[in-house]
Design a protein around this ligand. Structure first.
Ligand SMILES: Cc1cc2nc3c(=O)[nH]c(=O)nc-3n(C[C@H](O)[C@H](O)[C@H](O)COP(=O)(O)OP(=O)(O)OC[C@H]3O[C@@H](n4cnc5c(N)ncnc54)[C@H](O)[C@@H]3O)c2cc1C
Ligand code: FES
Length: 337
């Protein structure tokens, strides 16, 4: 059940060029957000001069020990105001909103693909696979060893460093230690969240558009570059042709029956710009992989009332990104490529 509340901000620091990480206190009596869900914040309360700005949506990038985290890129007025917002003040939040990523079935390998502002929800999903394993005795398929996280950035300068952000934050605030928002019980949960985020990021296969780090190209190309199955017949890291199968990676529909068997044991989760989702929707269809795609559609009310976020449905009519999504199964939406 969602709710509107004032959330004290305990962390709001730069993590890379043009990107910040926000952490705020989550109400104890409200169900914690789960991966794929989002919240909206009111930019009007952040800065004089924002009158008339609509609420803005951000996805949860992590939740732990009573703190919710969001990773955001500074773009226009609302995110600029959020970036300038002081730790210790409160933001007006409505959440948790939207549906969530379904879990992989036992024996499935989860492929997670995040591009640009879509990386936060995939980091969160990845971190819960670890917790899931520890707390619920999940199979290897739901553990990070078998799940694969692919993250795409414009260039290396945009890749977050949560560890450096933690160190800077500690250095800045040592003089106020023991008081207000930089005190226990907040400090340790912030540091634990940053460490969890870094752990997931460190396991990710990174793609950059300019090749300044990792794979040169898009996340979709990175997924295709990697075979769906290695020469020993084990599940590979991507959805390209099988290693040694002869068909070149990136050639849709040429993966052969063996790859389809391997593909059937994979499940794809993605969030990113519409062209990326469009390409992955097509790929998932041709490879027979179940896919869950999270839309970054513009929103107004965020709660299903205004129709401001509709997407064309393949079955006809429209679906609301905020209330029917933001996550849609393969084939549900006519994505704009
Ligand atoms: C469900 C959902 C989850 C989101 N999660 C995140 C997140 O975790 N991190 C993050 O950085 N951003 C996220 N966004 C996008 C974020 O809401 C926008 O970047 C933000 O609202 C921009 O507001 P602004 O006033 O700063 O910029 P504006 O002046 O409103 O926009 C600046 C530019 O940003 C682009 N833009 C704005 N809104 C969107 C959008 N919804 N999708 C794509 N491009 C947009 C446009 O190119 C626009 O010209 C999410 C959006 C949705 C719908
Ligand atoms: S933003 Fe109003 S219905 Fe989705």
């Amino acid at each position: 059940m969602m709710r509107q509340f004032n959330a004290p901000v305990v962390f709001n620091q730069a993590v890379s060029q043009g990107w910040k990480l926000l952490a705020f206190l989550w109400p104890q009596d409200l169900a914690p957000p789960i991966p794929g869900q989002f919240f909206t914040f009111n930019p009007q309360g952040l800065q004089a001069g924002n009158a008339g700005l609509l609420r803005r949506p951000l996805a949860f990038a992590f939740y732990g020990r009573g703190l919710a985290f969001a990773l955001y890129q500074i773009r226009g007025k609302a995110t600029q105001a959020l970036a300038a917002f002081a730790e210790g003040s409160s933001i007006d939040v409505i959440g948790p909103l939207g549906n969530s990523f379904p879990r992989p079935s036992a024996g499935e390998q989860a492929l997670l693909a995040g591009g640009g502002i879509g990386i936060g929800p995939l980091l969160y999903l990845h971190s819960t696979f670890r917790d899931f394993k520890a707390s619920e005795g999940a199979t290897l398929a739901a553990s990070p060893k078998a799940s694969r996280l692919f993250l795409g950035f414009r260039s290396a300068s945009q890749i977050p460093s949560f560890i450096l952000a933690a160190e800077r934050w500690e250095a800045q605030n040592r003089s106020v230690e023991g008081t207000g928002w930089y005190s226990e019980p907040y400090r340790q949960p912030v540091l634990a969240g940053l460490s969890d985020l870094q752990h997931s990021l460190d396991q990710a296969l990174i793609a950059t558009d300019d090749g300044s780090r990792g794979f040169k190209g898009t996340v979709v190309e990175a997924l295709l570059q990697h075979p769906s199955r290695n020469v020993a017949g084990e599940a590979g890291v991507g959805i390209g042709a099988e290693a040694g199968a002869g068909a070149g990676p990136g050639v849709r529909g040429e993966a052969g029956a063996g790859a389809e068997t391997a593909a059937a044991r994979k499940r794809l989760y993605a969030c990113g710009p519409a062209p990326m989702l469009s390409a992955l929707d097509d790929l998932a269809l041709h490879r027979g992989i179940p896919a869950h795609l999270s839309a970054e559609q513009w929103m107004a009310c965020g709660v299903g009332a205004c129709q401001g976020c509709v997407l064309p449905a393949r079955a006809g009519g429209y679906l609301r990104a905020c209330a029917d999504g933001p996550i849609f199964p393969q084939g549900a939406i006519l994505w704009k490529s």
